[in-house]
Design a protein around this ligand. Structure first.
Ligand code: ACM
Length: 690
């Protein structure tokens, strides 16, 4: 049946032809989708969005799906300025976007949830089809990423997309122990996770430095929280918020090590008498549960009974990492127990503990997941292993029959670039696993450890880099073009801020605060050239504690410094064809870049006279000016067609080496490409990518 409203469809879906029939790959090059779908065909034409845009949900509909449609409409209105109807039709003829879903999906989402969908944009309308609501949630995100503007209007290209994830477990760990992260921080990160189709929040809820969930059964656990923990109501709220977005919440309560916060209120369960106080430093964990005492398992059983009712997910993360054997072997009673049970070492004692733990969890219908230290032949094959110490343990576990997920190489606090994170693949090409072993690799997780992040800085440490990881875990293995990843990441980054995370606005606000002014252009310019030092350097250079304010310039800048990559790209162009007219244009661009970089130092020197926290930035700017001068000299050799003397090359490389040393917690991101330029001026290795 046609209703009068369908007349307006003609207006809603006016078609704008593409200038030319694009080939598939060049047509894909206009898309800013991330993660890239499993299959995309782009056709000529574009469906324009208008105020008559309307969503129809004709078949299966539930509150979760309708809320997701509602969010998508609000988001689109906020981006396009269109007044969009939130009146969701049942008649598909009334819909510009028809969301055709067959069923709800699982009551408690599992790794087996069907997340697939298809999305067809034609001249008539957009049709999103999915077997489950979760698939529809994924498709709605893709639809929103397809929207782009031209000078007149917003529209969506004609596409046919058939999509499903490569891996079933695509997670983000957030450690809320070292620094507490309030519910709103978790929720805005869940929104960002949903935007890039991640499906597991691994909530690291306890560690030495803090125990972060209210327990009614064991109220003294609250003494290990420093006054900052989630109420049961807040936990339920976060789980419901995540479920609304097709995200599972897997709690981690780390044991037997990383457990001091438990012992502040309950010292009797530790392997040394205590008393215990919450540490503020990040030294290697110095306490562990005593695996030899029945009372410990009784306590854990009671705790799991309480918490398993709160956390519906099938999986429960027990931690299991980094137990210092001496904690146990220095205790005579524990040594006697080990001798009595013929345990060769602390590893055997931990396996005993983990076995008992897995039985407790099974009694409460939970499956155990642990860090790769839990790998031991005595453990049941139902245990899922999270590999953090290296890729090898993932393969080793899979060969021995354990399912696993990868986190080695995916630690966000290591400050690797998006490109480095992007290339970390749970199943790289050429792996030597057979098909049964391959099936055991469920996916991976990015890990945001909490030592160096606060609610003010955590978003800029997670995003946008985690979107690149999300693509690795969702998209086909063959999607590996790094330049194209960065092109799309730039668009997705803006979208993520729009979704709610503050990875762009947060750093700007911190610069204004520590500079004491809103005139922060020199700091923004510097942030395009410098990056945070690596995690190892950070811990050596200025060892932080839980109470160190994380507001140094090194806490504000992010990996993937914009100008570092821009300089590399310019040099690639220059060295490809140095003689061409293009080469001259590139040399002009480089000269302007170096001049701009040199101008940062005097501006920052002036700012630093009344902003002492800028001292690292000031000193990095001085190093940048010196490095820029080297770049200018090298460029003049190339422009004049002269070759620099070997002594010049040696000297200038040494100057660049000293410019590369950390300035406070900052390092220059442009030294490696500048070395290329100096080597080229000296007549060697010009085209090398290093
Ligand atoms: C870990 O980084 N200790 C899991």
């Amino acid at each position: 049946m046609r209703s009068p409203v369908s007349l307006s469809l003609a207006l809603a879906v006016a078609v704008a032809p593409l200038a030319a029939q694009a080939s598939d790959s060049s047509a894909r090059a206009v898309l800013t989708l991330m993660p890239m779908p499993a299959s995309v065909r782009v056709d000529a034409g574009r469906l324009l969005l208008s105020p008559f845009f309307r969503v129809a949900v004709p078949r299966y509909r539930d509150a979760r799906l309708l809320r997701a449609v509602d969010r998508a409409l609000s988001h689109l209105a906020g981006r396009t300025g269109l007044v969009l109807s939130h009146d969701i039709a049942r008649d598909s003829l009334l819909g510009t976007l028809v969301v055709d879903v067959r069923a709800a999906g699982q009551t408690v989402q599992s790794v087996d949830e069907n997340e697939s969908y298809t999305l067809d944009v034609t001249g008539g309308r957009v049709v999103l089809r999915a077997p489950t609501v979760v698939g529809a949630l994924r498709g709605l995100e893709t639809f929103q990423q397809l929207v782009s503007g031209d000078s007149d209007a917003f529209g969506v290209p004609f596409v046919h997309i058939a999509d499903q994830p490569r891996f079933r477990w695509r997670g983000l760990l957030i450690d809320v122990s070292r620094h507490f992260e309030p519910v709103e921080v978790i929720e805005r990160n869940l929104d960002a996770m949903a935007a890039v189709k991640l499906n597991v929040l691994h909530w690291h809820l306890s560690d030495d430095q803090g125990f972060r969930v209210e327990s009614r059964r064991f109220p003294k656990l609250g003494r290990g929280s420093d006054g900052e923990s989630y109420t049961r109501g807040q936990v339920k709220e976060v789980i419901a918020y995540a479920r609304d977005r097709g995200i599972r919440v897997v709690p981690e309560f780390d044991m037997p090590g990383h457990a001091i916060s438990w012992f502040v209120g309950y010292p009797a369960y530790a392997s040394a008498p205590g008393p215990y106080t919450l540490p503020t430093d990040y030294h290697f964990t110095a306490a562990a549960f005593d695996p030899t005492r029945a009372s410990v398992y009784h306590f854990i059983d009671g705790f799991v009974a309480e918490m398993s009712a709160l956390f519906p997910d099938r999986y429960w993360h027990v931690g299991g990492d980094e137990v210092d054997a001496r904690i146990w072997t220095s205790n005579p009673a524990i040594r006697r127990f080990m001798r009595h049970h013929k345990m060769a070492d602390a590893g055997a004692l931990q396996a005993y503990f983990d076995q008992r733990l897995s039985r407790i969890l099974a009694a409460h219908h939970k499956r155990m997941i642990g860090w790769d230290e839990v790998l031991h032949p005595d453990l049941p094959r139902s245990v899922l292993v999270q590999s953090w110490r290296g890729y090898e343990s993932l393969g080793e576990g899979a060969r021995e029959g354990y399912s696993g997920i990868l986190s080695a190489g995916l630690y966000l606090d290591a400050m690797s670039s998006a490109a480095q994170l992007y290339m970390v693949d749970p199943l790289p090409a050429g792996n030597d696993l057979d098909s049964a072993q391959v099936a055991r690799i469920l996916g991976g997780e990015a890990c945001m450890w909490g030592e160096l992040v606060t609610p003010e800085t955590i978003d800029s440490r997670i995003w946008p880099r985690t979107a690149a990881i999300a693509e690795r875990l969702w998209s086909p293995r063959e999607v590996v073009d790094i330049d194209d990843m960065y092109r799309r990441l730039a668009a997705v980054s803006v979208e993520l801020e729009d979704v709610g995370v503050q990875h762009l606005s947060g750093p700007a606000a911190l610069w204004r605060r520590i500079a004491g002014t809103d005139q922060i252009a020199p700091l923004r310019a510097l942030a395009g050239v410098v990056e945070p030092v690596s995690l190892g350097q950070r811990m050596r250079l200025r060892r932080p504690t839980t109470v160190t304010p994380l507001i140094a310039p090194g806490d504000i800048v992010t990996p993937d410094a914009r100008d570092g990559r821009a300089l590399s790209a310019l040099l690639d162009t220059l060295f490809r064809d140095p003689g061409a007219a293009r080469g001259a244009a590139v040399r002009d661009t480089l000269a302007a870049m170096f001049a701009r970089w040199r101008s940062i130092a005097p501006a920052l020197a002036a700012m630093t006279t009344h902003a002492p926290l800028l001292i690292d930035a000031d000193s990095a700017a001085v190093a940048l000016a010196a490095a820029s001068a080297v770049g200018e000299e090298a460029l003049s050799y190339l422009s004049d067609g002269r070759t620099a003397a070997p002594a010049w090359t040696t000297d200038r490389l040494a100057q660049l080496d000293s410019a590369a040393a950390p300035r406070g917690l900052l390092r220059l991101a442009i030294v490696p490409p500048l070395r290329r330029l100096v080597l080229a001026a000296g007549g060697t290795a010009a085209a090398s990518g290093q």
